[in-house]
Design a protein. Structure first.
Ligand code: PMP
Length: 433
């Protein structure tokens, strides 16, 4: 018999006391206790290849990070109302990563907080409320970031329960959306024009626009060419601010460039980041222009008890140092390109593989029942993820139909691990899908 991969008693304790809305992966999850690079190990010593962890960008258990955090903990940890070197140095380094003009940083603890703050900045700066957002998006769990999260995969009632300042536009999904191929840009931009006309008519005006590029929650699908350029221009004509949510896709993961918005040739007014920037340490940031940041002063001061703490800043800087020293963005590009081309190869043999989306180490493998109708293979995707676990691969679905494998491993992923992942998908698909 295969060894039991989890302690039933511990799982029962979790279910008894850890609120149920905080769902865990898998019905019978492995009980993990250790991580190393792109691997996780359960209590029986079994090794798993972690292909979904977009937070541990350096990989699990990085000794330099553990040493830097430990050193700083024993020296000092406090809040940013005190003056210490790490908060100044880290803010300077983050501003240097952003396009010229975006030179002012807020430090918070998560992506949700960063998005919430970005929305508040757009409200404060414009004096208006309406926020244009994309259908099929996820931006966080706090009240404002949840409001602009319209993905029905995460919340089937999402569209009925939005406050009226949320103005969602058609998901610019170039694979299975209403507009495809050469007409995609035109069609999706026209859909935005219609919503903007309704906002204009209401007289309430526009505060801002938020989007991910590429569209991570939809499975890493690229936005249609020229899409952000056109929408940004229309938003700015109305005095609104453009927010790039780089929590998932930014910070080097795309390999070919550091920021997702670079792919669309735009410069946002506000950038939100989190996840990988702390490699698991709660860390998030907003990077913007000084005059936008200053508009929050009219509402009083801004303070986050542990946002920008010495430990968080030191961890954030160590992450950047390790990324540079280990060439992780270049690895994301090279291993990502190799992985994508091998995954594309599966399309020849398995009709269920509808498309491979994405770039670098943010890829989406979309399963369909029919390549013409694009009927999503939702049940099959769940079964494939469960079977992959048997073979030692951690993988989960995303997208409104939960039919896209979200492939976003640590950026230190080796070519051998990438090959193992594709070999195991090939094996599962050969078993009869
Ligand atoms: N924005 C995007 C695009 C995200 O993917 C997420 C998290 N999945 C968030 C914001 C929220 O980040 P956090 O979970 O750190 O609050």
């Amino acid at each position: 018999d295969a060894p039991e991969t989890h302690s039933t008693e511990l799982l029962q304790t979790r279910r008894a006391h850890f609120a149920a809305a905080q769902k865990n992966y898998y019905v019978n999850p492995p009980q993990i206790e250790r991580g190393w690079r792109e691997h996780l190990f359960d209590v029986h010593g079994r090794c798993y290849l972690d292909m979904v962890n977009n937070v541990s960008i350096l990989g699990h258990g990085h000794p330099r990070l553990a040493a830097a955090a430990g050193r700083q903990w024993s020296l000092l940890n406090t809040n940013s109302r005190f003056h210490y070197s790490a908060v100044a140095e880290f803010s300077e380094r983050l501003a240097a990563l952003a396009p010229p003009g975006l030179d002012t940083v807020f430090l918070v603890n998560s992506g949700s907080e960063a998005v919430d703050l970005a929305i508040r900045l757009a409200w404060a700066h414009s004096g208006r409320r309406n926020i244009l957002s994309l259908l099929e998006a996820y931006h966080g769990w706090t009240v404002a970031s949840d409001a602009v999260s319209t993905s029905i995969a995460d919340n089937p009632g999402a569209l009925e329960s939005r406050p009226d300042w949320v103005r969602p536009i058609l998901s610019p999904n170039t694979y299975r959306g209403r507009f495809r191929g050469r007409n995609a840009s035109e069609g999706y931009i026209a859909a935005a024009v219609e919503e903007l006309a309704r906002i204009d008519e209401s007289g309430a005006g526009l505060a801002g626009f938020i989007a991910e590029s590429p569209f991570g929650n939809a499975g890493g699908i690229p936005l249609p060419p020229g899409y952000l350029e056109a929408i940004y221009a229309m938003v700015r004509e109305r005095g609104g601010l453009c927010i790039a949510d780089e929590v998932q896709v930014g910070y080097g993961r795309l390999g070919h460039h550091f920021w997702g918005f670079e792919e669309q040739n735009v410069v946002p007014d506000i950038i939100t980041i989190a996840k990988g920037m702390g490699n698991g340490q709660p860390l998030g940031a907003v990077i913007t222009r000084r005059e936008i940041a200053d508009s929050l002063e009219n509402e009083g001061y801004f303070f986050s008890s542990s946002g920008g703490s010495p430990v968080s800043c030191v961890v954030g800087m160590e992450v950047l140092d390790v990324m540079r020293d280990e060439n992780l963005q270049a690895n994301a590009r090279d291993v990502g390109d190799h992985l994508k081309s091998r995954l594309m190869g599966l399309m020849d043999d398995f009709p269920i593989v509808g498309a491979i989306h994405g770039l670098g180490l943010y890829l989406g493998l979309e399963f369909v029942r029919d390549r013409e109708s694009l009927e999503p293979a939702t049940l099959e995707t769940a079964a494939i993820c469960n079977r992959l676990l048997d073979l030692g691969v951690i993988m989960q679905p995303t997208g409104d139909h939960l039919n896209v494998l979200k492939i976003k491993p640590p950026l230190c992923l080796s070519r051998e691990s990438a090959d193992y992942f594709v070999d195991m998908i090939q094996k599962v698909l050969s078993e009869g899908w």
